[in-house]
Design a protein around this ligand. Structure first.
Ligand code: KG4
Ligand code: ZN
Length: 345
């Protein structure tokens, strides 16, 4: 079964064709990172306009790269929630139009679910039950799955998402958007033990990241002997490269430690055979290394290849394939709802 997956929930316009949930026939991603970097973050209105320009060429290229015509496609899958409303509208309207015009079965897909299914695209099949850490710019959740299409959220963030925290700390340090890769790069030359950042005390498997962002801000102000009223754009001017590297390394090590602590706790209480990372932050090399060290003797460990960690259409197609296998019926493309927020279920 060949599925065309379309993704436009944030700042990537993406389309891919995937066969039987795991074989990528094409994977086209047009990133708006360069456009948004000028503003230090995603501007929703600009994102929606850029999606409009890119969506049709991206879909056309996904089909031509796969050497297929639209008539060869068995189903169309598209991200319909959660995300930026204007961005979601562009991808879903394009997908609905194609589904209606060519009479192709149509499947809306939840964005977090699709991130998890990026782990089915590297030639391996994670075994159930499994624990998935969905860690992206908008989400931080630990999800327990006993089988395909069964999602139990066992931990979530009470404030900022982990990726958002990487992005905000990068901003404090004067590093470019998106902050995750910039922090990881700067951290290569830094000392992770230089600055002690607090590990938040949060009950059960929940997270809190807003305190660490503030802790970094205060630590930078202290390091530079500047008052706590000094805004971050002022601080950046005074930081030297070594200080930036040390702050980046200390923050990254703390963020990874927090995540691993909670995953260890989750693994104790749940009989999981596999542990998966999903979402943009799963591209982080230190996190992957530490995850392997912690779990490789007790669990099967999976993370998507870096290109599939961040938003893409292939994961949307894969998620739809396994939903179809689990009995999901096609949706009516005339009636699709999009929604900026929603819980995976
Ligand atoms: O999944 P994604 O592409 O979009 C959302 O659904 O949010 O994730 C984007 C997030 C950004 O916050 C970005 O800074 C983070 O993923 N990210 C990383 C790395 N690469 C991307 N965070 C840490 N380390 C990385 N190497
Ligand atoms: Zn995402």
């Amino acid at each position: 079964m060949k599925i065309l997956g379309i993704e436009s929930s944030c700042d990537e316009t993406a389309a891919a064709v995937v066969e039987n949930g795991s074989q990528i026939l094409s994977n086209v991603i047009v990133s708006q990172i360069d456009i948004h970097a000028a503003y230090g973050g995603v501007i929703p209105e600009v994102a929606a306009r850029s999606h409009i320009e890119a969506i049709q060429p991206v879909i056309d290229k996904a089909l031509s790269d796969a050497k297929l015509n639209i008539e060869d496609i068995d189903a169309i899958a598209v991200t319909h929630t959660p995300g930026l409303v204007g961005s979601l509208l562009v991808g879903t309207l394009a997908a609905r139009g194609i589904a209606i015009l060519h009479n192709i079965p149509f499947y809306p897909v939840h964005h977090l679910k699709s991130h998890i299914y990026a782990n089915w695209l590297s030639g391996h099949q994670p075994e159930f039950p499994l624990l998935a850490a969905v860690i992206s710019g908008g989400h931080t959740q630990i999800i327990y799955m006993e089988r395909h299409d069964s999602f139990e959220i066992i931990g979530t963030t009470r404030d900022d998402a982990i990726g958002e925290c990487f992005d905000k700390v990068a901003k404090i340090l004067g590093l470019p958007y998106p902050g995750g890769p910039a922090i990881a790069k700067a951290a290569e030359k830094g000392n992770p033990d230089k600055y002690k950042l607090p590990i938040p005390k949060v009950d059960n498997l929940d997270f809190s990241f807003s305190g660490i962002k503030t802790a970094v801000l205060r630590a930078v102000q202290k390091e530079l002997n500047l008052p706590i009223t000094t805004p971050s754009y002022e601080l950046q001017k005074h930081l030297n490269a070594q200080q930036i590297a040390d702050f980046a390394a200390s923050f990254q090590a703390t963020a990874v430690k927090i995540l691993l602590q909670k995953l260890k706790k989750a693994a104790k209480n749940h009989p999981a055979k596999s542990i998966l990372l999903a979402g943009g932050v799963s591209a982080n090399a230190l996190l992957r290394e530490e995850l392997l060290k912690t779990f490789q003797n007790s669990h099967q460990v999976f993370f998507p290849e870096p290109k599939l960690s961040t938003d893409n259409g292939a994961m949307v197609a894969s998620a739809a394939f396994y939903s179809i296998k689990s009995g999901e019926k096609a949706s009516n493309p005339y009636e699709l709802d999009i929604s900026p927020r929603s819980i995976i279920q």
